[in-house]
Design a protein around this ligand. Structure first.
Ligand code: BES
Ligand code: MN
Ligand code: ZN
Length: 498
């Protein structure tokens, strides 16, 4: 992996070497400490020549500035400082990291006029740097930099100068944990299916134990005893086995009921006997994006010692096809006792989640359950790739998730549910069928899941469009985005700690 940049915080002091990043408010030119770097007025002239006004995300770059021992002076526009919100600081970090793709020694000067630049802002900027610098190149035997040239395997060093470096360092400890959680989720999604099947994924979750997470791994045999016929039916066409992983972080009060997150972990989805077309099938290595987000979230929460009791459950299978694979028309019995007619073996995620949700609810009686799944192609038809679908039986939970989505810019859009849609999955031959027809495909999938959550407050996030292959942005250039980790970390932090 491209080495992770190192981050530190310091008081303001002009460095003699390396590069310096200055911020400029829109229409204000350089001010405060930044002004001191432009005694020869080279930057001021460059602003005029290049029509630089400090618009958000715009940059001016001066290489080897005359009369200075510095390598580069980079000015980044921030727009109106008073308008900077949490996510803007991440974006700013991303814009800066993008300018230093080669190993570099960078000092970022945080000093803006009438911005209440505080420790949180500095930590957010650092998080943006780390997320932007991520690059999945583990299988490239010749590492390249952003220009296709051989890369130095040295990490860049970012020193963020601000008013209260001690406070920034403290705030960054949490952001650092979140960065690691997102990185883990991205790695899991990017990893190909020959390297990461159910057994290998489960083994990865074991690493969370050193953060204090308890990790239990159920095998096919144990799931068989529990009656998880829906999940096991999907797995039966693959030699790679099946696992259900239960991760527990108990950072809250002993008597507090836990909150729960459940993930779809189909390590590869061929569609089974209802086989997918060849074109684009490689993307189905990412069909465990829900499980990856839950695992990354558990990592983040444990690493920052969140004051909450949290359960993470992931159902891990490969949806493949051999002589033993499940057939269209098969009827399976789920752990809940409800029977399911499998009319399409490619609608497998809901079968996995049916048993994972039921198990989680029965065993832990959680305050709420949120499940994440790359569940339907239809959600991309409905929402594109900038919002994940939100389905819920609970307005409060739904509202909180939506808020967290706006803060983190991992955005959610609530979709309708109801009895009319629920009827679509009634079956002649069993209690329900696993497809509800072409119209409202994401909604009938959600209705299916709802039949396995009883009255527990629940939300389903359909992340098929956002967990993988989503358009890259300031803080993500990776195919696997790690969508859901920042969102749910925010949800926990804002509503369920202390
Ligand atoms: N994993 C897919 C959904 C998916 C498609 C995720 C594209 C990401 C990108 C899921 O298992 C699936 O195959 N869903 C079917 C459901 C249909 C058979 C009712 C779909 O969306 O076509
Ligand atoms: Mn499928
Ligand atoms: Zn799938």
């Amino acid at each position: 992996m491209t080495p992770r940049p190192s981050i530190s915080f310091a008081k303001h002091a002009a460095p003699k070497k390396g590069s310096v990043v200055l911020l400029s408010a829109e229409g204000a030119g350089l001010s405060g400490i930044a002004k001191g770097y432009d005694s020869g007025k080279a930057l001021e002239r460059a602003f005029a020549v290049a029509d630089f006004t400090g618009k958000s995300g715009s940059t001016i770059d001066v290489i080897a500035p005359q009369g200075s021992t510095l390598d580069r002076l980079l000015v980044v526009g921030v727009g109106k400082p008073a308008n900077l919100k949490e996510y803007d600081w991440l974006k700013l970090g991303g814009v800066i990291a993008a300018q230093f793709r080669k190993a570099a020694d960078v000092t970022v000067v945080l000093d803006l006029p009438d911005a209440k630049t505080d420790a949180q802002d500095a930590a957010g900027l650092a998080l943006g740097i780390l997320l932007r610098a991520y690059n999945f190149d583990k299988y490239k035997t010749k590492k390249e930099d952003g220009d296709g040239k051989p890369a130095e395997q040295k990490p860049s060093k970012f020193t963020i100068q601000c008013a209260d470096p001690a406070a920034a360092k403290k705030a960054f400890a949490d952001a650092d944990a979140v960065a690691d959680g997102v990185t883990l989720a991205r790695d899991l999604v990017n990893e190909p299916a020959n390297k990461l099947g159910p057994v290998e994924f489960a083994a990865e979750t074991k690493a969370l134990e050193k953060l204090g997470v308890s990790v239990e791994i159920l095998t096919e045999k144990e799931m068989g005893k529990l009656g998880m016929g829906a999940l096991l039916g999907v797995a039966q066409g693959s030699p790679r086995g099946a696992r259900l992983v239960v991760m527990r972080w108990n950072g809250g009060k002993a008597k507090d009921k836990p909150i729960a997150f459940v993930g779809k972990g189909v390590t590869f989805d061929t569609g089974g006997n209802s086989m997918k077309p060849a074109a684009g099938m490689e993307d189905m290595k990412g069909d465990m994006g829900g499980a990856a987000a839950v695992t990354g979230l558990m990592h983040a929460l444990a690493a920052r010692k969140a004051k909450a009791n949290v359960v993470g459950v992931v159902g891990l299978v490969e949806n493949s096809v051999d002589g033993a694979a499940q057939r269209p028309g098969d009827i399976v019995t789920s752990m809940s006792g409800q029977t399911i007619e499998v009319l399409n073996t490619d609608a497998e995620g809901r079968l996995v989640l049916a048993d994972a949700l039921w198990y989680c609810n029965q065993r832990f009686e959680p305050k709420f359950m949120v499940n994440l799944a790359t569940l339907t192609g239809a959600i991309m038809v409905a929402l594109g790739q900038f919002h994940a679908g939100l389905f819920s039986n609970n307005d409060e939970l739904s509202g909180r998730l939506t808020e967290a989505g706006l803060t983190t810019q991992e955005r959610l859009w609530r979709m309708p549910m109801g009895p009319d849609y629920d009827k679509l999955i009634d079956s002649k031959n069993a209690d329900m069928k696993n497809i509800g027809g072409r119209f409202g495909g994401s909604i009938s999938a959600a209705q299916f899941l709802q039949r396995f959550v009883k009255e527990t407050p629940w939300a389903h996030l359909d992340i098929a469009g956002t967990a993988m292959g989503s358009p890259s942005n300031e803080i993500n250039q990776s195919w696997g985005s790690g969508f859901g980790v920042r969102l749910l970390d925010r949800l926990v932090r804002d509503y369920y700690e202390g």
